[in-house]
Write a protein that binds this ligand. Structure first.
Ligand code: GLU
Length: 495
């Protein structure tokens, strides 16, 4: 069965609430919408849902939009770019919502409710105590004009409640990911669509906007599935055409609870700042909920546009695996040019106070060499700071038992002495070619096999058993750094 009919003229939207830093779950929704729009030659609209006046902020809006652009997810219509269906920020559309609320009020499909928060809370508590489902009991459902007037005279400011139809007790959502989902409306209770300050709630504003913006498909997180029956009832009551829905499963942490700050960073900015590349994050996010058709897991945005389909979006939750993100990021770091990585790395080194705001040509060359040295092993760009610190320390004592054992091998003294002599004779500045020929000479002169020479040198120079190629490390440490470290080992371990 093809659940995905009629994708021509697709209009999808990403509709974030700017109430905090851009969450990776939001980024994934944006990505899925983007891929669908691009795949089917449709339009992606970005709309700001800022009707929660207390929690919305312009910093958050800016963070979301900057992050979308950083990820490479551009949009065709909406905030910042304009379009024929604007304005694209909900607080600039309040008159529209009022108009539709008025329509519902006039048709008797909505009514003013004068219950106060305190009264509603008391009702809720009483229902809970009786073990009943908690929904508004309908106290203001059928007020007479007189009753309304007298409540207004008390100074009460009404909300507008939607009158949930009593005929038929089910709403069916034909979800493109989850299939047919049926909701019982008998316990739903009439719900608020406009608050007492005249501001619409999300469920109402979202319906008006999706309809007026002619959205064809709503692709969003599963947390909104339970809002969908409420929204469908509103489409029906307003006589508006509803879009098709696709609810993408939740993102869980490794412990299988909903991904939250407890599990580590949740914002796109945090990953950007930690040195993840946008293409790595995109590649990682798409795999949270979508499974590729073959074994391959590395995809560019262009490839994803070809390959992506809602058919392969899973119903079961996706698990956020940081190791996988690091692996994917490592892949894209290895694919990147040295120049790009240098440009991206320098701010980390400046922020760590290792370099001043302007690098000397020598420092610039040093960073280039460093990046070439560590690119193979780096899983995030912020790791460059640690790599640099390790090279700038005066000493590098062996880090493990195993490394200590290497320095106790019988040939070590000969190798280190030979290396020390040769490096002292070497002309500065050291470079990769000079380091390579130096290493060759040491092997030749000591008449020892590679490992017997390179392992003690590596441990003496870095304290570690593994790492960047020696011919990079030698010029990075420079003559002085190499001599300091070799001398320290010769003093400590070799007589
Ligand atoms: N503004 C909602 C949110 O950020 C989006 C809901 C929707 O996509 O319908 O969660």
């Amino acid at each position: 069965m093809n659940r995905l009919q009629n994708f021509s003229q697709m209009r999808v939207r990403f509709a974030p609430s700017p109430t905090g830093p851009f969450h990776i779950g939001g980024a994934r929704s944006a990505l899925f919408n983007y891929l669908m729009a691009r795949k089917y030659g449709g339009k992606l609209i970005v709309r700001i849902e800022d009707t929660d006046l207390e929690r919305s902020s312009s910093e958050s809006e800016e963070n979301i939009l900057t992050s979308l652009r950083w990820l490479g997810l551009d949009w065709d219509e909406g905030i910042l770019v304009g379009g024929d269906y604007g304005p694209y920020r909900q607080t600039e559309r309040l008159e529209l919502y009022q108009k539709y609320a008025q329509q519902l009020l006039e048709e008797g499909k909505a009514y003013y409710c004068y219950c106060t928060d305190v009264e509603l809370e008391a009702e809720r508590k009483a229902l809970l105590e009786q073990g009943e489902m908690v929904g508004y009991m309908g106290k203001c459902r059928n007020l007479s004009n007189r009753e309304r007037k007298s409540l207004e005279a008390e100074g009460r400011k009404p909300t507008v409640r939607f009158r949930v139809p009593t005929e038929g007790h089910a709403v069916v959502v034909n979800d493109l990911v989850r299939g047919r989902v049926t909701f019982d409306t008998s316990t739903m209770g009439d719900y608020v669509i406009v608050k007492s300050d005249g501001i619409p709630v999300y469920n109402f504003a979202c319906v008006i906007d999706d309809a007026l913006m002619e959205i064809s498909h709503v692709i969003r997180g599963e947390e909104h599935l339970s809002n969908t029956p409420r929204q469908l009832l509103l489409y029906q009551a307003l006589g508006l055409k509803n879009p098709q829905f696709a609810h993408v499963s939740l993102i869980l942490g490794k412990d299988r609870t909903k991904m939250s700050k407890r599990h580590g960073a949740t914002s796109v900015t945090a990953y950007r700042e930690a040195g993840y590349l946008p293409e790595a994050l995109i590649n990682f996010l798409v795999l949270l909920g979508w499974s590729p058709p073959g074994e391959e897991e590395i995809f560019s945005l262009e490839e994803l546009i070809q390959l992506f389909s809602l058919d392969r979006v899973a119903k079961n939750p996706a698990v956020f695996d940081l190791d996988k993100l690091r692996w994917i990021n490592g892949h894209y770091i290895r694919q990147s040019s040295i120049k790009r990585l240098v440009d991206l790395s320098i701010p980390y080194l400046q922020q760590a106070g290792i370099f001043a705001s302007i690098l000397t040509p020598k420092e610039q060359a040093w960073v280039e060499l460093l990046v070439a040295a560590v690119r193979e092993r780096l899983s995030s760009l912020s790791g460059i700071v640690q790599e640099t610190r390790a090279l700038l320390h005066h000493e590098a004592p062996p880090e493990s038992e195993e490394a200590q054992a290497v320095l106790r091998e019988e040939q070590v003294s000969t190798v280190l002495h030979c290396f020390k002599q040769k490096i002292m004779d070497l002309e500065e500045p050291l470079d990769v070619d000079r380091a390579k020929s130096l290493l060759k000479q040491v092997t030749k002169e000591t008449k020892l096999g590679g490992r017997k020479v390179f392992m003690p040198l590596r441990v003496a120079l870095t304290g570690k058993m593994h790492g960047a190629e020696l011919y990079y490390l030698i010029p990075l440490l420079d003559k002085e750094g190499c001599l300091n470290r070799i001398s320290a080992v010769l003093q400590d371990t070799c007589v």
